[in-house]
Ligand binder design. Structure first.
Ligand SMILES: NC(=O)c1ccc[n+]([C@@H]2O[C@H](COP(=O)([O-])OP(=O)(O)OC[C@H]3O[C@@H](n4cnc5c(N)ncnc54)[C@H](OP(=O)(O)O)[C@@H]3O)[C@@H](O)[C@H]2O)c1
Length: 361
């Protein structure tokens, strides 16, 4: 007799319930092949509560826990790992426990020479680690590589973000990771720039390697800042005159001194009261992917920035799409061979239809 029952949904735990974490919970709940088993939370006050109650999504019957032991006790197949900053020891422990990890905080295209503990943990647990996101992750390498397939004799690949950071309601990330509100000297010397740049550099390296550019292995980082000329309202409170209110980073791979792959961010706390007077230009907020070759190909991605600052602070589509890219990868990651698996190793990752349009509705 043919077995017509559907396979059991994959059990997923959300690690951290910030902006990405909340959107990932929503994505897990709406995914036909996944079920939410709980969340790891950083704040002790959330431990023991229901995930849905903490996130104002209605009671879900999934607990918030605060320790790795409790996470393992919920027996997840996979974890969406989205804390403020990555802690390799936590990821290693999850992998050793046989739990697959999908994350927007690193490991997009890691250097195999630096993966000793992670590789060993994957081997021990028979588990898989996949780094993803949108910027970095997806827009900085997966989509450029896909687009490059319709061009030839490529001379430059560019991925670039133009975003108003007033819409990003994650003050810790905005202040400590992105470096807003500091003096220009502090921002330009911040060690967090290395953490921030690691993901973008990995993306640049993936494009270099896949296209086969003879690039200098050292990825160049160029940083610029603009300061406030009057107090600017922001998710970290008013940014006072003289302090950093806009950042531009370029991460570039060079062949004979010429850039061949570039990832750029233009993060502005609005377009007023900035020195220099940076702006997004007439096209406004967007992401762009450009292949210079035969022919040149340019794609502008819209919809990942909110309609307004107020809307973005309630639900930011860039954060939602980051979470979706993680969650939609879970079935492929669970099915993959153990080890670190990048976009290059996994099959095409797609979304899924709204329930009322889905097969078997
Ligand atoms: N690759 C991409 O495209 C992409 C896009 C967006 C974001 N990200 C990254 O995703 C991560 C999460 O972003 P987000 O927007 O969700 O930030 P967020 O809203 O600030 O949330 C951060 C989360 O981390 C928790 N947390 C705070 N301090 C912590 C600590 N010391 N150790 C562990 N966890 C801590 C918070 O817990 P509590 O709620 O309990 O305080 C919160 O759940 C960041 O690293 C961000 O850079 C990547």
């Amino acid at each position: 007799m043919t077995d017509t029952t559907s396979p059991a949904p994959l059990r997923v735990l959300q690690w951290a319930t910030g902006g990405v974490g909340r959107a990932a919970v929503e994505a897990i709940l709406s995914h036909p092949d996944l079920t939410l088993v709980g969340a790891w939370v950083h704040s002790p006050a959330k431990v023991g509560r229901d995930v849905g109650d903490v996130l104002d999504l209605g009671t879900l019957g999934a607990p918030c826990v605060g320790t790795l032991e409790e996470v393992c006790g919920l027996a997840p197949d996979a974890v969406v790992y989205a804390p403020l900053v990555p802690d390799e020891a936590q990821v290693v422990a999850l992998l050793r426990a046989g739990i697959d990890v999908v994350t927007p905080v690193g490991w997009i295209y890691p250097d195999p020479a630096r993966l000793g503990a992670i590789d060993a943990a994957c081997a021990e647990g028979g588990s898989t680690l996949h780094g993803t996101g949108i910027h970095p992750g997806g827009i900085t390498e997966r989509f450029p590589l896909m687009l490059s397939a319709v061009s030839a004799r490529v001379t430059h690949v560019r991925a670039e973000e133009f975003s108003d950071i007033r819409t990003y309601g994650a003050p810790d990330v905005v202040r400590h990771v992105m470096g807003f509100g500091a003096t220009p000297e502090e921002a330009l010397a911040s060690p967090m720039a290395a953490l921030l740049g690691a993901g973008f550099k990995a993306s640049v390296r993936m494009v270099v390697a896949e296209l086969g550019f003879d690039a200098d292995p050292r990825i160049e980082t160029l940083q610029e800042v603009a300061v406030a000329t009057a107090p600017i309202d922001s998710p970290i409170g008013p940014i006072e005159p003289g302090l950093v209110a806009a950042r531009r980073f370029h991460w570039r791979a060079l062949v004979d001194g010429e850039p061949v792959v570039t990832a750029t961010v233009n993060w502005l706390m609005g377009e007023e009261h900035l020195d220099p007077p940076w702006h997004f230009g007439p096209e406004g907020e967007r992401f762009e992917v450009e292949i210079t070759g035969d022919p040149d190909v340019v794609v502008t991605i819209r919809g990942l920035q909110p309609e307004s600052v107020a809307a973005g602070l309630v639900r930011n589509p860039g954060i939602v799409s980051t979470a979706n890219h993680c969650v939609n990868a879970i079935p492929a990651v669970v099915a993959a061979e153990p080890g670190v698996r990048t976009y290059l190793d996994l099959p095409m990752i797609a979304g899924h239809p709204a329930p009322h349009l889905a097969r078997g509705r």
